[in-house]
Design a protein around this ligand. Structure first.
Ligand SMILES: Nc1ncnc2c1ncn2[C@@H]1O[C@H](COP(=O)(O)OP(=O)(O)OP(=O)(O)O)[C@@H](O)[C@H]1O
Ligand SMILES: [Mg+2]
Length: 592
């Protein structure tokens, strides 16, 4: 349920939403509320319509009847009126990307306000003394355009013009400038593009305190000439690019995912918009699964809204048909704006860096944070590997921390692990190859002896990635390398006392070894022994004894009754019997 809070009201739309929520929460009928508030039913109906702006007295009566203090609501109404008046005084505005359900981002908005203070508020930065450029960068779908649009819409009155240009290509920039020229000088309509662009630049250079938003810049070089020729206003830039801004501006904001409660608020608002009673079962889990990425949350919300499904059901769909869900836009929404497609576009851009896709696919099998960069050293020609890491970071697909570890969004990983025949970067064979390589790179990186204390820090660095990898694999994804990796890490965990986790490693080792090497292979028998011993340590003697019995029988059959390994097996089984208090069976074995 979206929380009722009149302080959050900034627009007519916000006001209607909150009043409607108040009405719903109280379980009112129009008739009853009208009676209680002393208003006509037509007035109550009008209040609940979008774009209504009730008189202060009417609003007070409505809110009071709902049991709330009218004061903050009347204040909110005042805010709406003032901002509408300011907007009227503002110059031409073109802001195509306004989100009606904008949530959170307090810090990022405050940073924009600090970098672009109201004219007259702080000398040079106010715009009159020179150009002010602020860039917002981040992963595709993280909410850069939404943030900038929201900021611009709430600062209209401070600008003589607020203009949005989709700046993906030089042609787009030219077209945006031409549209601007016609907006400020309608008499120019019909002139050739080039002339209009020149006029727009001239207009910008001759005016101050305008705000030009250059959305989705793909190369700083595309906008440099414009910045140089229009030195008196404010540019707000968004881009997926993390680097290359130093020549243009030092004011750079990197946008991260939404906070947990913001994401939940967004999902809730979208889902309950037209269905106040819609089920929100599993909403928090879904937000976590989507890594709090606004685009994914919005995509999921729209789907739930349309289908009437609960978030829990969406989670099932996601588990069952990830490729379809990642690429599904809501009805009426831009089909190109799905998480699968926007990241594909980034990888297309990186196609001149051959290892970029491969690095991303390998990283997708590990934990999403603190992946040692050194893990990738052996995957190819070092200079090419480093180039791929650098470019992925430049495009915000991964981040490189100061301690030289790599991180990437949980959902970027999930998409990169999901085969899709329609996406050249996600061919099944490439994903499988990356999985095998991810296993091999980890197996090469683990220390030789799990008992060596000097190596324990290295184990602790690698373990989260081994665990994540194992969690992503099917029991059928079994290779001897995987078996080795899980066995060694299982031994480490066991010696550290993490017996439950050790057991899960040994179970997987045993399954992988049985599948890849066969049930009678010495390594398979060793892994069964390790598993049995781990069960015994955990006090699960029943399971331990079953496996030790199995092992002894197999070793007697394969190696003979007197082989040293058979003797070990017999001894192990005897100890397990003894621990279980079954001396009748233990003693003959010890005496054997
Ligand atoms: N703070 C927010 N509140 C509500 N919705 C948001 C918020 N941020 C983003 N969204 C929604 O999530 C979607 C993705 O956001 P947006 O388009 O701003 O991402 P972007 O970072 O600009 O992506 P791209 O790199 O592809 O341009 C949009 O539909 C937007 O409305
Ligand atoms: Mg954008």
């Amino acid at each position: 349920m979206s929380a009722i809070d009149p302080r959050k009201i900034h627009t007519r739309h916000d006001l209607t939403q909150q009043l409607a929520q108040l009405f719903r929460d109280g379980g009112w009928s129009i008739h009853r509320l009208a009676g209680k508030a002393g208003l006509s039913t037509a007035t109550v109906q009008a209040i609940l319509k979008d774009d209504a702006l009730p008189q202060a007295k009417t609003l007070s009566a409505f809110v009071r009847a709902c049991g709330q203090d009218p004061a903050p609501w009347v204040q909110a109404r005042g805010r709406v009126v003032r901002s509408e008046q300011q907007a009227k005084q503002a110059g031409p505005v073109y802001l195509p990307y306004r989100s009606a359900t904008f949530v959170g981002r307090g810090q990022a908005l405050a940073r924009l306000t600090a970098a672009l203070p109201a004219p007259g508020a702080a000398g040079k930065a106010a715009g009159a003394g020179g150009v002010v450029v602020q860039a917002v960068h981040g992963l595709g779908g993280i909410g850069k355009s939404a943030l900038v649009a929201h900021w611009a819409a709430t600062h209209l009155a401070e600008h003589t013009l607020t203009w949005w240009i989709t700046a993906e290509t030089p042609a787009g920039i030219e077209q945006g400038l031409a549209d601007l020229a016609v907006a400020v000088m309608p008499e120019l309509a019909g002139q050739p593009l080039e002339a209009l662009t020149a006029q727009a630049v001239r207009w910008l250079a001759g005016h101050t305190t305008w705000l030009l938003i250059l959305d989705n810049v793909t190369a700083p070089a595309h906008i440099q000439p414009l910045l140089a020729r229009a030195p008196t206003g404010r540019f707000l830039i968004t881009s997926r690019l993390a680097t290359g801004w130093h020549q243009i501006t030092s004011a750079v904001v990197r946008l991260d995912v939404l906070e947990e409660d913001e994401a939940l608020g967004l999902l809730t608002t979208i889902v309950t918009m037209a269905r106040p009673g819609a089920s929100l079962l599993g909403a928090a889990r879904l937000c976590a699964e989507l890594g709090y990425l606004p685009l994914a949350i919005e995509q999921a919300g729209a789907y739930l809204h349309q289908s009437g499904l609960a978030p829990l059901a969406y989670l099932d769909l996601l588990a069952g048909n990830p490729a379809v869900i990642y690429d599904q836009a809501a009805e009426g929404a831009d089909a190109e704006r799905t998480i699968a497609r926007i990241w594909r576009a980034t990888l297309d851009r990186l196609s001149d860096t051959p290892l970029a896709g491969q690095v991303l696919r390998i990283l997708s099998w590990y934990a999403s944070e603190a992946i040692p960069r050194t893990l990738l050293e052996e995957m190819g020609e070092p200079v090419l590997v480093q180039q791929a890491i650098g470019r992925l970071a430049a495009y915000n697909m991964i981040t490189v921390a100061d301690d030289d570890t790599l991180s990437l969004h949980h959902l970027v990983q999930a998409v990169a692990r999901t085969p899709d025949p329609g996406d050249p970067h996600r061919a099944e064979a490439d994903i499988q190859a990356a999985q095998n390589q991810a296993i091999r790179l980890l197996d090469d990186a683990i220390p030789a002896n799990p008992k060596e204390p000097a190596d324990w820090p290295q184990w602790r660095i690698l373990l989260p990635h081994i665990t994540a990898l194992a969690g992503h694999l099917d029991i059928t994804d079994a290779t001897d390398v995987l078996a080795h990796l899980l066995n060694e890490s299982g031994l480490f965990l066991r010696d550290q006392g993490a017996i439950t986790r050790a057991i899960s490693h040994f179970q997987r080792t045993h399954a992988a070894s049985t599948q890849s090497l066969g049930a009678d292979h010495p390594s398979t028998l060793t892994s069964r022994n390790n598993l049995a011993y781990a069960y015994q340590t955990a006090g699960d003697l029943e399971r331990a004894i079953l496996l030790f019995e199995h092992n002894l029988a197999d070793r007697e059959r394969i190696l003979g009754t007197d082989h040293p390994s058979t003797l070990t097996s017999r001894n192990n089984l005897a100890s397990a019997y003894e621990s279980a208090g079954d001396l009748k069976r233990a003693i003959p074995l010890f005496e054997h």
